[in-house]
Every structure is written in structure tokens, then in C-alpha cells.
Design a protein around this ligand. Structure first.
Ligand code: PXP
Length: 265
């Protein structure tokens, strides 16, 4: 299974001081040495971490394929069409959110997504849609002709945190998931089941072309093994947990540790 390393938070740290370091471009070479298969970046509308110039420098110099996450924002889309990364993953975006909270609402943005996918295809850019693990979204993604879907694992990850860490006893507990341990366990299982069923549906041959299936969001060293066991998922995109660990052990080791955690089936 491939590992895409999301390096946005290297830029978050740089922006905290608004100078030139740490440089996300340097992370690209370290990630390659550590066995990552891809670099993932999110060019957010508010440019809170990655900037246009980072995208340009990284796409031009990266020895690994680059996957850019983008909202349906005309200016960002035009910029990315000119830069031509290997892949663009369409994601929903809200200014006030800390991180991407849910998957794309394909039904409400059907026509705009279709237009944007056509524009990417014309430039030879591979496309993915970041969606919640729901069957209807898989059918819509197939109908639209996307090449891949990335399943949002945020709910699974949050349930895992509430069950297996101290989070539920802190002011950061996720109130809507404040459930007894047995119920959390059963919700985790249900969450894994829907991810598995959607991955199978996405990758099966039907009347339309099969999709590739990726997954990501909130994955960490503790919760990744159960996702890796799902046979139809070919790639994970992981950011926060790797960058958080890298502060203590260095980026190369943090990525190698994640690769190891992904091999523990
Ligand atoms: N995949 C997508 C589409 C995302 O938007 C993000 C967060 O930017 C990630 C993966 C990585 O999530 P995390 O930082 O929680 O590992």
C-alpha cells in the first residue's frame, strides 16, 4: 500500500514565524528517502500554510508524484491547471474549520465538479474526489468519470481517539461521540465496515470504469493497521500524526515508523 505524506504542517510551522524555514520543499527529499510514495499538499483558499510558490517549487522539483488537494475555487483551479501536478484531489473547504471536516457534497456541486474534472483531464492531470464513505457518493464519482476516490476516515479516527486515548476526559472531547466504550467499539466496527464496503464498490468493475480507492484523515500510528487490512485501498494520505511525531524523532524516522505501522497487519 502506498503512503502519501501530507506536508502542509511543515508550512504551518513556517507561517508561525512568517519566515523561510522550515521549508516544505526540503521535506520532499526526506520523504523520498524514508520510503514515501507521494507528496500531498493542500492549497487552501486562505493560504494558511501552503502558498502558490510552494506548489510551484514542489511540482517542479519533487522526485515523487505530487497530489494537490483543492476546493472548487476558480482561482486555485486555474492556477493548478497551469502548474500540472500528477493528481488533484477535490476536497470541500470551510474557512473557519481547523481541518477538512467532511467529504465533498457531490450532489450539490455536480455540474461544477464535472466541469473541473474535464479541465483537469484536458491537462493530463489525474483526478480524485475526497468523499465520506457512502455508497451514493461512490456511484456519483463513477458517473462523473473521476479516476479515484479518497475515503474520509475522520469519523473512524475520532471514534478511535475517544475509545483508546485520554481525549474523552479532556475539554477537547468530541461531544457527539461521548459514548460508552462498548458503543464506541461497535461504532468503530461499523465505520470500518462502511469504509470496506465503499472501497470494494469503488474498485469493482460495473457499467462504468472502476475507480482507484485511497483513504485518509486522522490516521495515526495506532489506528492505521485496521485500515491497511482493507484489501481494496491502495493508498493512504497521512499528515498530522507524521509531522507531529517528526518534531521529536525527525521526519525521516517518523515516516519510516509509519511505513512500519502500515505493515503490521
Ligand atoms: N487526505 C485529505 C483529502 C485531507 O484533506 C487531509 C488533511 O489535509 C489528509 C488526507 C491528511 O489528514 P491528516 O493530517 O489528519 O493525516
Amino acid at each position: 500500500m502506498r503512503l502519501g505524506v501530507n506536508i502542509d504542517h511543515i508550512a504551518t510551522l513556517r507561517e508561525a514565524r512568517a519566515i523561510y524555514e522550515p521549508d516544505p520543499l526540503e521535506a520532499v527529499f526526506i520523504a523520498k528517502n524514508a520510503g514515501a510514495s507521494q507528496i500531498t499538499l493542500h492549497l487552501r483558499e486562505d493560504r494558511r500554510h501552503i502558498h502558490d510558490s510552494d506548489v510551484k517549487r514542489i511540482v517542479e522539483s519533487s522526485p515523487l508524484p505530487v497530489n494537490i488537494e483543492s476546493a472548487l475555487d476558480e482561482k486555485v483551479i486555474d492556477y493548478l491547471c497551469a502548474i500540472v501536478p500528477q493528481r488533484i484531489t477535490l476536497v470541500p473547504e470551510k474557512r473557519e474549520e481547523i481541518t477538512t471536516e467532511g467529504g465533498l457534497d457531490i450532489e450539490s456541486h455536480y455540474e461544477s465538479i464535472r466541469e473541473v474534472l474535464k479541465a483537469f483531464e484536458a491537462q493530463g492531470i489525474a483526478t480524485a474526489l475526497f468523499i465520506d464513505p457512502k455508497k451514493e457518493s461512490i456511484f456519483l464519482a463513477r458517473e462523473l468519470g473521476a479516476q479515484a476516490v479518497e475515503l474520509h476516515t475522520g469519523r473512524y479516527a475520532n471514534l478511535h481517539l475517544m475509545k483508546n486515548t485520554n481525549l474523552s476526559r479532556t475539554h477537547r472531547r468530541i461531544t457527539e461521540l461521548d459514548l460508552p466504550p462498548q458503543e464506541l467499539e461497535s461504532e468503530i466496527q461499523k465505520s470500518l465496515d462502511s469504509i470496506g464496503q465503499c472501497a470494494k464498490l469503488a474498485t469493482s468493475s460495473m457499467d462504468t470504469r472502476a475507480l482507484e480507492c485511497f483513504a485518509g484523515h486522522g490516521l495515526n500510528y495506532q489506528n492505521v493497521a485496521d485500515i491497511v487490512r482493507i484489501p481494496y485501498i491502495s493508498e493512504l494520505n497521512i499528515g498530522h500524526s507524521i509531522i507531529a511525531r517528526s518534531v521529536f524523532v525527525g521526519l525521516e524516522r517518523a515516516i519510516m515508523d509509519m511505513r512500519r505501522a502500515m505493515c503490521q497487519r
